[in-house]
Structure formats: structure tokens, C-alpha cells
Design a protein around this ligand. Structure first.
Ligand code: ADP
Ligand code: MG
Length: 320
């Protein structure tokens, strides 16, 4: 199977049939038609086997997650996800692997209504780079820099599941109980919060998605906004599976410094909080108020008696 056959068989079916794709896979470039009065939101993420996912991950999950991490960035900007490209380096054209990978990509692409519009295919160590594009009404994107003193700090969903799944897996734990599988699903098939991001455009002052851990990512937002924050360790939302499986002494660390949550962290003016809660409820995503933006700089995490907690692990960093 040559490169063109491979693209035709596995990736062309992901091109969808959306009006805003003037020309999709097959020419030198795709031609896209963003709606008038909108800005393009563009983001790329690379996933490398052994670094961003275990080598033996299911190909379906690798496909899903490669797209999910990119769509999560679009969600954090309040953009509507529309298109993506796929640059794929493969050690060999393993048809079973390709079929599973394409199925995982397609499952999320269909759900999010995004079209695969082009890419590149080469031979090399398994590396997946996706560039995702979205549209947002001009001037309305949610940035990291808009937080203001008095805003509530909120997070979607639950925190720590993926980090706990990864630590358990690294420690050699191959538990297949329902709880363990729930955690594992959160690591392998994160849910980008696209509907929430879009709904909070014009309501949230600032947003960021949580890929490297709440403490690290919220700190980026605080720096960009020139403010500080305090959050309450006991308010961090957790899943039932996490509550049952996380060792008590590790909970806060996993929730603050564990990565791969792909939830949104949002700064919301206090006066709009009940409106935002209603919207989140309609969308079916939990939203938890975990603290407050304050003047100054830096993040402080408060314990049950409002004592400051020390935390040293500020999330995952490359090149450290
Ligand atoms: P070029 O020679 O112009 O770089 P290619 O031969 O690499 O083009 O690709 C042919 C067409 O297939 C292009 O439209 C390209 O965008 C698309 N394509 C290549 N690889 C992929 C892929 N992995 N997924 C989707 N489309 C792809
Ligand atoms: Mg060309």
C-alpha cells in the first residue's frame, strides 16, 4: 500500500461534507471558507509514542487523544472547532493500526463536527502532529489575559483522574475494575469541553485548558493577567472512581500537579456566576467554583483550615 492509497483508504473518509470546506484532501492545499466577521483560532500539538502515550495504547485511543488535545485548546479560546490537518510519521503501514487510529480520530471528528482537510504522511518513529482550526467572532475569543480581581475561578468536570491512571499504570498496576477503567478512559479519551467554551464566550473573562496540571496552567493564566489567586484544596472536584482509588495523601498533589485533565479553568465575574452555572448545567458539564482572583501575583492553595498548602510540583515540563 503506497502513501496515496493509505490516505485514500484511511483518512479521506474523515473529510466530512461541510460547506466551509471549499477543497479538502487531494490538492496542494485545502481551501477553507471561514464565516465573515470571524477570526481563525489555530493550534498544534504533537504526540510522540512513549512520551505522550504508552507505546501499547490502543490505536483508537491514540487517534482520539491526538485530536482531543487540540480541540481542547480551541475550547479554551471559546472557538468553534471546524477543521484539522494530520501530519503522521509511521514506522510502517500497519493496516490494523491505521484502521483503529482512523476510527478513533473519526469518532471524535464526527462528534465535534470537524473535517480533516489535509496533512502529510512520512515514514519515521510514530509521531502525530495535528493542527486544529476554529472560528470565533472577531474580538470575542477567551484569552488567558483577561482575569480581573474578584473573578471566581471555576473548573469543569473533575481533576486528577488521568494523572492517577497514569501513575497506577506506571507502577505496574493492571487493575481492570470499573473504577480503574473509568480512570483509564479519562487518560486515554479525554473530552474536549467545546460546547462549554463556546457558551462562555462573552461571559468568562479568561480561560485556559488544563493539560499540564491545574497549578501550572492556572499560574500561566495569572501571569498573563497580572493577578494572583487563592483556591481551596478541598473544593477541587473529583470523580467517584478517584475518591475510591486515590491514596488520601496523594489526592491534592494529583489534582493540582497531575496533567492530562483537559478540563477548562475559567475566570468568571462573580455577578455572572449563577448564569454561567445554568449554562453549564444545560450543556451537562459540572462546573465548580474553586477560588478567587486577587490583586498581586501567584497562586496560593488553601487547606481545610484555610492554611496555605505548600506544593512544589508545578506540572509537567519538557526540557527540564
Ligand atoms: P504534497 O506533495 O503537495 O505535499 P502529499 O502528496 O503529501 O502532497 O499529499 C497529497 C494530499 O493528501 C494533500 O492534499 C495532503 O494534504 C493530503 N494528505 C497527506 N497526508 C495526509 C494525512 N495523513 N491525512 C490527511 N490528508 C493527508
Ligand atoms: Mg504539493
Amino acid at each position: 500500500m503506497d502513501e496515496f492509497e493509505l490516505i485514500r483508504r484511511y483518512f479521506a473518509p474523515l473529510s466530512g461534507a461541510h460547506e466551509d470546506v471549499v477543497l479538502g484532501i487531494g490538492d496542494d492545499c485545502a481551501l477553507l471558507a471561514p464565516p465573515a466577521g470571524h477570526e481563525l483560532a489555530v493550534t498544534s500539538d504533537t504526540l510522540i509514542a512513549g512520551r505522550h502515550f504508552p507505546e501499547e495504547s490502543l490505536p483508537f485511543d491514540i487517534g482520539w487523544k491526538s485530536l482531543a488535545v487540540n480541540l481542547s485548546d480551541l475550547a479554551a479560546m471559546g472557538a468553534r472547532a471546524r477543521w484539522f490537518t494530520l501530519a503522521l510519521a509511521l514506522p510502517e503501514a500497519d493496516e490494523r493500526w491505521l484502521a483503529g487510529f482512523a476510527d478513533g480520530l473519526k469518532a471524535l471528528a464526527d462528534e465535534a463536527e470537524v473535517s480533516l482537510v489535509g496533512g502529510d504522511t512520512t515514514r519515521g518513529p510514530l509521531t502525530i502532529t495535528i493542527t486544529a482550526l476554529g472560528v470565533v467572532p472577531a474580538g470575542c475569543a477567551l484569552r488567558r489575559s483577561g482575569a480581573r480581581v474578584g473573578d471566581r475561578v471555576c473548573v469543569s468536570g473533575t481533576l486528577g483522574d488521568a494523572a492517577l491512571a497514569l501513575e497506577r499504570w506506571r507502577a505496574g498496576d493492571r487493575d481492570r475494575s470499573d473504577d480503574a477503567l473509568d480512570l483509564r478512559a479519562r487518560l486515554d479519551r479525554p473530552t474536549p469541553r467545546l460546547a462549554l467554551g463556546e457558551a462562555l464566550r462573552g461571559l468568562a473573562h479568561a480561560a485556559i485548558d488544563l493539560s499540564d496540571g491545574l497549578a501550572a496552567d492556572l499560574s500561566h493564566l495569572l501571569r498573563a493577567s497580572g493577578v494572583g489567586a487563592h483556591i481551596y484544596g478541598a473544593r477541587l472536584p473529583s470523580s467517584a472512581a478517584f475518591d475510591r482509588l486515590a491514596p488520601a495523601a496523594e489526592r491534592t498533589r494529583l489534582q493540582l500537579a497531575g496533567g492530562d485533565d483537559y478540563e477548562l479553568c475559567l475566570c468568571i465575574p462573580a455577578a455572572r456566576l449563577s448564569e454561567v452555572r445554568r449554562l453549564a448545567q444545560q450543556i451537562g458539564v459540572a462546573l465548580t467554583d474553586i477560588g478567587e482572583i486577587q490583586a498581586g501575583s501567584g497562586l496560593s492553595v488553601l487547606g481545610a483550615q484555610c492554611e496555605p498548602l505548600a506544593f512544589t510540583e508545578l506540572g509537567y515540563r519538557h526540557f527540564q
